[in-house]
Design a protein around this ligand. Structure first.
Ligand code: PLP
Length: 398
């Protein structure tokens, strides 16, 4: 008899991470009819112009595989967008890869650039995908803390120490930089970007960015791609996408901008992972990216209003909050409200108040670091956020 136990085991890699906590909270929210402020997807319609462009593209028979690394029209539109917004000349033929979301852009880039056992620095708390991404690539994450006491700034000395320690183990290969940041809402300052760039040049590591919230910033904070800093174009892999800017998270459209030699490797990995992003939606995205500056201003202004509304609701309910300067999440401290852990608290919030959030521990390498934190998203209509306010007024303390 063959040994059934041995045949039916799953890979060690798959055993090393759990299902997304955000999806678990979403299921629990659905079961209890709770308002879902856990998962970052808008509950309002995508802009009319992008939907019309998608219908047109399907009718015009853009229904077969696009070129694996992206439709020429979309790559051209991405290059134009970077020239317009950042004065950055990107070569659409050699430096852009269109992927299935920033999600696939990140894993394709990591698999293309990092070998097993190589070290990758990740700021902590982090967007929960980066953990499994490094596991899938067999890479070793090196966590660099962001400091809650200093509004989630990072401490230069602590990053230097981590890099020095990594050097003694063979060197750091890359650093993942997510700005504007999920979950903290921090927009890294020019000075922070300059110090990361200086370290990258000195120690010779790549910076792989996640700039998916580049157009969602508040209070005069502006996103600045680190690739534009002196000496950084050659060592930066810039990732962004359409999900958040155009409220089309289900379209699965993102892209990677990288120097031509790195792009060659990223395109190969991307091809064998997914072949390509949805062809008609790429055509619609090409049209959408040509939208004028007003669109981006309105996007950020609408989110600022929702941010202010949810901040006031959470403060009234007894949370301590950090005001986000970008992205659409609020990190909140629950220690004044309860002795429960983050997970117990969120489960009670879902059951009793009918509001779902994400337990803070899911953003940390060691769960105890996030036990007093929860994250709420405000990418919802003001009417729904007001309903959250009514529900939280029922009282939360325990
Ligand atoms: N990166 C960050 C920081 C995110 O918060 C999200 C979605 O929540 C993503 C990437 C996913 O982007 P995409 O839909 O383009 O895969």
């Amino acid at each position: 008899m063959p040994d059934q136990g041995a045949e039916r085991r799953v890979s060690l890699k798959a055993g090393r991470f759990t299902e997304s906590v955000i999806r678990e909270m979403t299921r629990l929210a659905n079961r209890h009819g709770a308002i879902n402020l856990a998962q970052g997807f808008p509950n309002f319609p995508a802009p009319h112009f992008i939907k019309v462009a998608a219908h047109r593209a399907i009718d015009a028979e853009f229904n077969q595989y696009a070129i694996t690394w992206g439709s020429p029209r979309l790559r051209e539109a991405i290059a134009e967008k970077y020239a317009r917004h950042y004065g950055w000349e990107v070569d659409p033929e050699r430096e852009i890869t269109v992927c299935c979301g920033a999600t696939e852009s990140m894993i394709s880039s990591i698999l293309a650039l990092i070998d097993p056992a190589e070290q990758v620095a990740v700021f902590e708390p982090f967007y929960e995908n980066y953990g499994p991404d490094t596991v899938i690539a067999g890479a070793v994450p090196v966590f660099v803390p962001l400091d809650a006491q200093r509004a989630w700034a990072f401490d230069y000395a602590s990053i230097e120490t981590r890099i020095r320690e990594a050097a003694s183990r063979g060197g750091l290969r890359a650093l993942i930089l997510n700005t504007p940041n999920n979950p903290t809402g921090r927009v890294f300052s020019d000075q922070e970007l300059e110090s990361i760039a200086e370290l990258a040049r000195r120690h010779g590591f790549y910076v792989i960015t996640d700039e998916i919230y580049e157009h969602i910033t508040y209070d005069g904070h502006r996103h600045r791609p680190i690739a534009l800093l002196p000496g950084m174009r050659d060592r930066t892999v810039t990732i962004s996408g359409l999900s958040k800017t155009f409220s089309v998270t289900g379209w699965r459209l993102g892209y990677v901008i990288a120097p031509a030699d790195l792009t060659g490797a990223i395109r190969k990995v991307h091809d064998f992972l997914t072949v390509g992003a949805p062809a008609p939606l790429q055509e619609a995205a090409a049209a959408a990216l040509r939208i004028g500056a007003d669109y981006y201003q309105n996007l950020a202004e609408n989110y600022r209003r929702r941010r202010d509304l949810l901040l006031a609701i959470l403060e009234d309910a007894g949370f301590k909050t950090w005001t986000p300067h970008g992205a659409y999440y609020i990190m909140a401290d629950i220690s004044q409200l309860t002795d429960e852990t983050d997970v117990e608290f969120v489960k009670r919030l879902i059951r009793e108040q009918g509001v779902a959030a994400v337990p803070g521990s899911s953003f940390f390498s060691r769960p105890e670091l996030g036990r007093q934190l929860v994250r709420f998203t405000f990418c919802k209509t003001e009417a729904l956020l007001e309903e959250v306010g009514r529900r939280l007024r029922k009282g939360l303390s325990r």
